[in-house]
Design a protein around this ligand. Structure first.
Ligand code: NI
Length: 188
């Protein structure tokens, strides 16, 4: 497995819409493993393929840092899709593509989620709490949406200076990244 560099805010791939996966092959299994490794290296609880410059609809989730879910191993979800959502819940979010930024975001509380596992078997579950939150955040990535897009115009205006710094690459992360100085423009 390999640690992949994470694309930072300002990189165009983060605004692209990812494509559904049609089946699982050895390459996808390896890629999902690399995503889990990358997420672990960056101490993230979720990662979308888009964030490593790959436009397949794959996300990985690791909630083992949270007490209630500490025994759950990291999982990959392929073609995740929200079928139904209800309630409303405000929770602080961060993103490995926007290091150092944390803001409260309002989203639906409970979702019915359909996805395929690494064997391409279909699952349908009800998710709430942190799992619901992370899945919604990661599915957003697959559609080119970032958590800062959910903030009010006023809040975004207040963050403009910090976001512009990220676009210029004046940012520090303790994991491998792709920013303005390292971008190669090559996306799958
Ligand atoms: Ni994110």
């Amino acid at each position: 497995m390999a640690v992949l560099p994470i694309y930072l805010f300002g990189q165009s791939v983060l605004r692209k819409k990812a494509r559904p996966v049609k089946g699982v092959d050895a390459d996808l299994v390896k890629f999902a493993g690399d995503m889990v490794e990358t997420m672990g290296k960056a101490s993230g609880i979720g990662l979308a393929a888009t964030q490593v410059g790959d436009l397949r609809r794959v996300i990985t989730i690791d909630l083992s840092a949270i007490e209630e879910t500490k025994d759950q191993p990291p999982t990959a979800m392929i073609n995740p899709e929200i079928l139904f959502e209800e309630g409303e819940f405000t929770m602080e979010e961060g993103c490995l593509s926007l290091p150092g930024l944390r803001e409260e975001v309002k989203r639906p509380e409970r979702i019915r989620l359909r996805y395929r596992d690494i064997n391409f078997l279909e699952h349908e579950i009800i998710a709430e709490g942190t799992l619901s939150r992370v899945v919604q955040h990661e599915i957003d990535h697959l559609d080119g949406v970032l958590f800062v897009d959910h903030l009010s115009a006023v809040k975004r205006k207040l963050l403009r200076g910090r976001l512009n710094k990220m676009v210029r690459g004046e940012i520090e992360a303790d994991y491998p990244v792709v920013g303005p100085s390292t971008a190669d423009g090559e996306h799958r």
